[in-house]
Design a protein around this ligand. Structure first.
Ligand code: SAH
Length: 217
């Protein structure tokens, strides 16, 4: 790995793991992935000292890297199996994608902000994470690679996008925060072609899921 990962970073990660366990995260595979990933490489250098606090931080293009608890919680709900085809909407910093890669999923991730797409594509290559990234609008999903075993949306969606439901395998799971301003975390399980079971996992706060690509200024 070409990003310096020092003993102090490892120490801070161990503390973060304890915090996540205290907050109720029990999924060992998820905890192990988080304990391996240099989160400090995914945040702006001015936040590096705080990278292992259980907090969200600003990244480029007015977006945020999700709080570790939120990343752990969403990933836990997905129940990732090795080799799962996973679609992520909202690549952002790439941290959530890295967690999915560590769990040996085949990761496809869409980002609508060109600036973030460019920066994160480079970072993921530098860190050795192999995933398919696309600059585009997540409302459309990725029909050319569908169906997916799992879909994770990491921005606040106004509703559950129909196109994403259609790209979920039967038996597949989608985790998506739904609502304006504040969101409710929803788990959608596709039981049959037409039967989608929805469960609610409480309040979370995300940046909004917006339509159309943004090439920036
Ligand atoms: N998973 C990210 C979270 C980033 S915040 C991480 O771990 O850092 C959510 C991201 O969703 C932002 O980068 C935002 O630009 C992106 N986003 C919002 N609406 C989108 C859409 N319609 N399609 C794709 N990405 C979108």
């Amino acid at each position: 790995m070409s990003v310096a990962d020092l003993p102090r970073h490892k120490g801070q990660r161990n503390k973060l793991i304890k915090v996540l366990i205290e907050k109720g995260i029990r999924d060992q595979a998820v905890l192990k992935a988080i304990n391996k990933i240099p989160r400090h490489a995914f945040v702006d250098s001015s936040f590096e000292d705080f990278a292992y606090q259980d907090k969200a931080f600003p990244i480029s293009a007015d977006q945020t890297i999700s709080q570790p608890f939120t990343v752990a919680f969403q990933t836990m709900l997905l129940e990732i199996q090795k080799g799962d085809m996973v679609l992520e909407i909202g690549t952002g910093s790439g941290y959530q994608s890295a967690v999915l890669c560590e769990l040996e999923a085949k990761v496809f991730s869409i980002e609508r902000q060109k600036e973030l797409f460019d920066v994160t594509s480079l970072l993921m290559r530098k860190l050795g994470y192999n995933l398919k990234m696309k600059f585009g609008d997540g409302f459309a999903g990725l029909p050319s690679f569908a169906p997916f075993d799992k879909i994770i949306v990491t921005c606040g969606a106004p509703m559950i996008p129909e196109k994403l439901l259609h790209q979920l395998k039967i038996g597949g799971r989608m985790v998506i925060p739904v609502g304006d301003g504040q969101q409710r975390m929803k788990l959608v399980v596709r039981n049959t072609k037409t039967d989608f079971e929805v469960k609610d996992y409480g309040d979370f706060k995300f940046v909004p899921m917006l339509s159309n690509k943004n090439v920036g200024s």
